[in-house]
Ligand binder design. Sequence first.
Ligand code: UDP
Ligand code: MG
Length: 325
Amino acid sequence: MILNMDSNGKKLISILIPAYNEHESLPPLYDRLVKLMDSQTNYDFEVLFVNDGSKDNTLDLIKFLRKKDTRINYVNLSRNYGKEVAMAAGFDYIRGDALVLMDADLQDPPELIPEMIKYWEEGYDDVYARRKSRKGESPLKKLTSWGFYRVLQSMTKIEIQKDTGDFRLLDRRCVEAIKQLRESQRYTKGLYSWIGYNKKEILYDRDPRIAGKTKWNYRRLINLSIDGITSFTTSPLRWAAILGIIISCAGFLYMLAIILKTLIYGVDVSGYASMMVVILFLGGIQLIFLGLIGEYLGRAFYEAKRRPLYFIDSYNEHKETNMKG
Ligand code: UDP
Ligand code: MG
């Protein structure tokens, strides 16, 4: 491990925060971060904000904070790319020996960071915070995310961490590992599991968002779920094939039954209703599986383009041209 110790021999912890239209949350967030950073005198800190094309004055606020406090750095993306890509950009720019990833809306309490550091020092590479409770989230959102984790886990051998968000501490080697995964349809939560390494769970109560509105809606949640499953496993394709075999076998048996019936009782033209049911049912199944194949094909299409993940406008005060990730 390359340690980034400065002259006083302290390790550097980078706190990575993707921010999209968060100007209301930033001041309270900064206050709590400063308290935390000042209390942890054994470490140096860097806070890296990734401004994900915010339309309010998030960027101005970050610049203002950087003038006051040199521990603040920022990456300004060229437009809004979404949280997954914003995080990937942050991974490329952090300098620390360890990375703490958190949301800007204070749903992830910074006060948990010392505990994460403690486990990191004990040798864990990925200390992730698992939600005991989720205040301020609708029962439907709780139910859907509960269901989603279970479905995803049932499809893969790799262990998925349930009720866990992106709030975690990662050792430098996890960061370097994830930096090598350049897929454009990102599902970062799956990537943490995929890279492996020593994981440690800590429990916390997830607070409601401090200000502003969540950028999530059900459409995005459904999209993320589909991305999660299709980026992680091709087992739905296998299921489709198995179901196809079962239906074909049933169809074959039914065919034998009809042949026998016709031989014994003669020609029978009734059965319009049952025929319609079978045609509609099988037609529906075929369309679903066509969509499923399309889903994987679409992913292959995007990955085949091999576009850079993002472009950045500036890193701190430096304007960047053609900087890409
Ligand atoms: N975020 C982002 N880009 C986006 C949407 C969200 O960088 O396009 C950031 C946002 O600023 C916040 C984090 O991702 O720091 C989580 O977003 P949010 O609170 O809306 O999601 P939720 O907590 O409801 O899952
Ligand atoms: Mg949030």
